[in-house]
Write a protein that binds this ligand. Structure first.
Ligand SMILES: [Zn+2]
Length: 143
């Protein structure tokens, strides 16, 4: 058990970054990363790391959540379209439900997913939160 935390630390690049594939043949972006293009089947694809910025396409609010997630209720699950051109599902955090709207800017953040009861090991993962200030435009009232 002693090596669990270092092992996760070593794996962090895979766990905490959004890796996607970009097809050099047709330009399609897709997630998760694959060795061949989902659109044109070309194998001329490269793995890239997303900047984690995107737009909230759709979302749903869950008032009934599993018991172990009760602290997080209500929980917002969204479809996020990353700026690199692919979509993924994610939990939306740090947002008032009344302020959520389709098309708002969001960014990926690293958040605690769960705590392993027996080992105390904390697992982290990617979630999304609204980009602060985006609703009022950039550069206004900075200070
Ligand atoms: Zn392609």
């Amino acid at each position: 058990m002693k090596d669990s935390a270092p092992r996760i630390w070593r794996m962090r690049n895979n766990l905490y970054r959004i890796r996607y594939s970009k097809c050099k043949a047709c330009g399609a972006s897709f997630y998760p990363a694959r060795a061949s293009c989902i659109r044109c089947s070309s194998r001329d694809v490269e793995v890239r790391v997303s900047l984690g910025l995107g737009t909230l396409v759709e979302y749903t609010v869950l008032y009934q959540v599993p018991a172990r997630m009760q602290d997080n209720a209500p929980m917002v699950i969204g479809v996020v379209r990353l700026d690199e051109g692919f979509e993924l599902y994610g939990v939306i955090v740090d947002a008032d439900i009344k302020d959520l709207r389709k098309g708002m800017r969001v960014e990926a953040v690293l958040r605690r997913l769960r705590v392993d009861g027996s080992s105390g090991l904390i697992t982290y993962g990617i979630k999304f939160r609204p980009v602060i200030g985006a609703a009022h435009g950039e550069g206004s009232g900075r200070g």
